[in-house]
Design a protein around this ligand. Structure first.
Ligand SMILES: [Fe+2]
Ligand SMILES: [Fe+2]
Length: 255
């Protein structure tokens, strides 16, 4: 089956599912979208969030094999391990929940912008060389940071706005979950991106800083967002490193 036929039959299935559950696929929900398009968007967000689970889990292991001082290794292990669980939560508990409520079916990994995350996590497997591992860690941290800043600045506000305009219990519940769970957790993930920059990258000088910024823009491009210039990237990265307590959330401590 070619890609167009596949997309066509996926759309026909989505229409049928929505209709079966009493939604008019062509009804407007706000944000210029119809329910069918909003449903498809939720499937993409659910499966793309879920795809973040495996690579961040692998990254947490990589952090322990990158020759870092124990404070930074511990902090990054815990931060990425926690992030892995949170991405699964965003995908499965929040966006897949809304997707299921609308269509009575599970999102599948094919809808993800990033695949199922398996290829990305195999690219994160540690080598015997700590320096190589450290470079991989920094590169992936930057790509993730680029993706997550676009999610926070563009994707989540857009989905929330559509939910508010729609004014349906499914949308109201999703908007509340985005506000209370997804946004605070994503904000902490961006702090990890800033922590890696200040602790591991900036001390290495201009070439390492330039590579980090370039990888950040590579991540933004994966969501179709334009790259940032160096002044905007510097603002995003801030002037100082977040603390370990900030990375993990206030109630979590290292010991
Ligand atoms: Fe997420
Ligand atoms: Fe995240």
């Amino acid at each position: 089956m070619n890609v167009f036929a596949d997309a066509y039959s996926r759309r026909a299935r989505s229409r049928a599912r929505l209709s079966d559950r009493g939604f008019d696929p062509d009804a407007a929900v706000g944000g210029g979208l119809q329910i069918l398009q909003f449903y498809e968007l939720l499937g993409i967000v659910a499966s793309s969030e879920k795809a973040g689970q495996s690579p961040t889990h692998a990254l947490s292991r990589l952090a322990l094999q990158s020759g870092l001082p124990s404070g930074a290794a511990d902090a990054l292990f815990l931060a990425y391990n926690q992030q892995s669980a949170e991405e699964a939560g965003h995908g499965d508990k929040i966006f897949a929940h809304a997707y299921f409520a609308l269509g009575g079916a599970a999102p599948d990994a094919q809808q993800s912008i990033f695949g199922d995350g398996g290829a990305a996590s195999s690219a994160v497997q540690p080598s015997a060389d700590p320096e190589h591992n450290l470079q991989r860690l920094c590169e992936i941290a930057a790509v993730l940071g680029g993706i997550e800043t676009v999610a926070l600045q563009r994707v989540l506000p857009f989905v929330s706005d559509v939910c508010v305009a729609w004014d349906h219990p499914i949308g109201r519940d999703l908007a509340a979950q985005i506000r209370d769970v997804v946004r605070p957790e994503e904000s902490r993930h961006v702090l990890t991106f800033r922590y890696v920059f200040h602790q591991l990258v900036a001390p290495r000088g201009p070439a390492a800083i330039a590579a980090y910024m370039q990888a950040t823009n590579t991540g933004r491009a994966q969501l179709g967002s334009p790259g940032l210039d160096s002044a905007s990237l510097k603002r995003l990265l801030g002037n100082s490193s977040p603390t370990v307590e900030q990375l993990l959330g206030k109630s979590r401590t290292l010991s």
